[in-house]
Design a protein around this ligand. Structure first.
Ligand code: DC
Length: 226
């Protein structure tokens, strides 16, 4: 077998990366690696310890206490194991989203997670999504796609998603949070969110999921025979 294929998907929060990547991975028989979940796990760990995601001294002091493992269940669903505990569901809150965005700005955190992400791509065909996959983690990825949509469309999708789950959702608050996260993720000094030069940009504002999947398959087919 030759070198594994890697598909890097980057883009801002709420662009639909995980929904799309998960479906494509299933169709192609690739591993789906959600790197945001890894940063969320780090944020959750420091949250449990009562350490602010901005407190670089506290983070430096306690980071060695953290072990993170990624496991896949029979359905191919990624589970995050923090110090032996499955925290897959616990990390999916708005509070942890914000904290993950802040904690991920520290070089010490990013360095810790780099090898883990690269190892996955060295041993498996992967679709990996995040903010710096095409620029830093897998600069030689077989295919790079930058998935985006306007902040308003992303906020609307998130609002509808929460309402569909029977949860409360305030569009204006969600829009503000998305804009704040965009700002943090694009303005940090280390590995900020930006489009790799050899990435293909796909704006999903006017597309439904099937439309995005079809467009992604076209982009992938130009680089790989599947
Ligand atoms: O994709 P997500 O919303 O689950 O990611 C949560 C935060 O983690 C995001 O705001 C920024 C950070 N992150 C990152 O810095 N680099 C990545 N490759 C993935 C996520």
């Amino acid at each position: 077998m030759g070198k594994p294929i890697s598909i890097a998907i980057d883009g801002p929060a709420g662009a639909g990366k995980s929904t799309i990547a998960r479906r494509l991975a299933k169709e192609l028989g690739f591993y789906y690696v959600d790197t945001g979940a890894i940063y969320r796990t780090v944020a959750y760990f420091f949250d449990l310890w009562g350490i602010s995601p901005k407190d670089i001294d506290g983070i430096t002091r306690y980071i060695d206490e953290l072990t993170i493992r990624i496991e896949y269940d029979d359905e191919g669903v990624q589970h995050m194991i923090m110090n032996g505990m499955d925290v897959t569901d616990d990390i999916r809150t708005q509070e942890i989203s914000q904290k993950a965005s802040l904690v991920s700005a520290h070089a010490i955190v990013r360095d810790l997670l780099l090898d883990m992400q690269r190892e996955m791509a060295e041993t498996h065909n992967v679709i990996m999504d995040g903010r710096d996959i095409g620029t830093v983690v897998l600069p030689k990825a077989t295919v790079k796609i930058f998935l985006t949509a306007s902040p308003e469309v992303r906020a609307k999708r998130r609002t509808d998603e929460l309402l569909a789950k029977g949860q409360k959702a305030d569009y204006n608050k969600i829009l503000k949070e998305i804009q704040q996260r965009d700002y943090q993720d694009t303005h940090r000094a280390v590995a900020p969110l930006k489009m790799a030069r050899d990435s293909v940009k796909l704006d999903t504002s006017e597309l439904d999921i099937d439309g995005v999947i079809a467009a992604m398959k076209d982009i992938i087919a130009q680089k790989v025979t599947l």
